[in-house]
Write a protein that binds this ligand. Structure first.
Ligand SMILES: C[S@@+](CC[C@H](N)C(=O)[O-])C[C@H]1O[C@@H](n2cnc3c(N)ncnc32)[C@H](O)[C@@H]1O
Length: 420
């Protein structure tokens, strides 16, 4: 069994069998119509007892990762490659490894011809602005954070659903990061009984203006790269084609969108009426741009916060993110952080009145017998306060002053009869 890849096709590899590795490679490299620069190389080869059976097992294991039109081709990224190898090696008919190329050696950098700034009607200032923006947005989600959150929801919510990861590149090479969202759903496609996974990727990412948007579609019948995505597609979540997918196809949107465009992203997703599970800044719950959504019950917090992202050099960066969703959240474990007590039982140092005579309570203490609006920080909201019979009373953040001195921003809530 072997896994072979052409140097100019970083998102695919071929998995096959032969009794003569050298001859098979020559055949690949002599294929008619193939460019001379597109050199095939083995990434892995191993001896097996009955290659027919092992090949069949691979096909059955990864139906959604085989190309729809050419079933010998499999979707490639560095992590999935390791999964393929591990699967073949774990097969009872596997005998021994012959070739294995480490991740470093198989990274391909596909250089694209960059049109001049003039051709693209872009000034140097635009480039700097764009670069600045890109720098701010390139925080990638760690796989374990995606896994930790998604595991909290009922598996059945994904069944027969079309999942749309609309800020996600599922291909890993040196220039980009594989999306952990894409990877999670690809690895768990069968188990979650997903109907379709659509990943679209913005063309204006790290390689600035020259990449062009991309889209990948995965179904039980295989993967398709491109068919639905014409050249000129920007890959932006608000590109007309992305909006059409959102409107006509998507059941659940799942991603970590660009921080710099979060307000527009939230508006787009919430107005679409679709289900979503997304990451955003932890302070959104006390940010005036988002408070109305929480107030109207159009969004609530997911289960977990996120303390680390990866930058484009794959280094950990400290950040404060949180999951937000309109999927059902059950038995939120963080309810236990809420200290709902009678006002007189709340320690003095955690309650005070501001210059407007508004009660401020801190440290997740919540009065259960206080009839008027009071101000809290983001933490009680993140811990599920709005599901405990408390309602947001004002569409904008509340900035208290004590003796004329500004205190940190909060949100005004009040005990209401509603309790869920
Ligand atoms: C915070 S990163 C997260 C990437 C990925 N979703 C993840 O979770 O690792 C946001 C990504 O959105 C990309 N992006 C920027 N503007 C975009 C747009 N208009 N539409 C879609 N994606 C965009 C950025 O290039 C960046 O890769």
């Amino acid at each position: 069994m072997y896994i072979v890849q052409a140097s100019l096709e970083p998102s695919r590899c071929k998995i096959g069998r032969t009794d003569d590795l050298e001859r098979r490679l020559k055949e690949y490299n002599a294929m008619t119509g193939k460019s001379k620069n597109n050199v095939y190389q083995y990434l892995f080869a191993g001896e097996v007892k009955d290659a027919g059976q092992v090949e069949k097992a691979v096909k059955e294991k990864y139906p959604h990762l085989r190309e729809e039109k050419s079933r010998e081709i499999y979707f490639y990224n560095a992590v999935l490659f390791k999964d393929y190898v591990a699967f073949i090696k774990a097969h009872k008919l596997f005998v021994k490894e012959i070739i294995f190329k480490s991740e470093d050696k198989i990274v391909k950098i596909v250089k694209k011809t960059t049109p001049s700034l003039e051709e693209r009607s872009i000034s140097r200032k635009d480039v700097l602005q764009k670069a600045q923006k890109v720098k701010n947005d390139e925080f990638y989600t760690r796989y374990e954070d995606v896994e930790k959150e998604i595991r909290m929801y009922d598996k059945s919510i994904w069944q027969d659903k079309i999942i749309f990861c609309n800020c996600d590149d599922p291909v890993d090479n040196d220039e980009k990061r594989t999306s952990a969202f894409g990877l999670y759903f690809l690895r768990n496609f069968e188990e979650l009984k997903v109907k379709k996974l659509i990943c679209t990727h913005y063309g204006g990412g790290i390689d600035l203006f020259n990449a062009g948007g991309k889209g990948y579609i995965f179904t039980k019948e295989g993967f398709d790269e491109g068919k639905q995505f014409p050249s000129g597609y920007s890959g932006s979540f608000d590109d007309p084609l992305s909006l059409q997918i959102l409107r006509d196809e998507a059941d659940i949107v799942c991603t970590n969108p660009p921080f710099s465009r979060a307000i527009h992203f939230w508006k787009t997703i919430i107005e679409s009426g679709k289900k979503f599970l997304i990451i955003s800044n932890i302070t959104n719950v006390i940010n005036t741009a988002y408070i109305p959504y929480f107030k109207e019950g159009k969004v609530w917090t997911g289960y977990n916060r996120i303390d680390w992202f990866l930058d484009s050099k794959r280094q950990l960066v400290d950040a404060a993110g949180h999951w937000y969703t309109n999927l059902a959240v059950k038995n939120r474990p963080k309810y236990k952080n809420l200290k709902i007590l009678k006002l007189k039982e709340i320690p003095e140092k955690y309650k005070k009145y501001d210059d407007n005579k508004i009660l401020l309570v801190d440290n997740c203490y919540i009065p259960e017998d206080y009839k008027k609006p009071f101000a809290v920080s983001a933490r009680p909201i993140l811990n599920g306060l709005l599901e405990k019979g408390y309602t947001i009373m004002q569409e904008k953040r509340y900035t208290p002053y004590i003796n004329g001195k500004e205190c940190f921003a909060r949100i005004l809530v009040q005990k209401t009869c509603r309790q869920s």
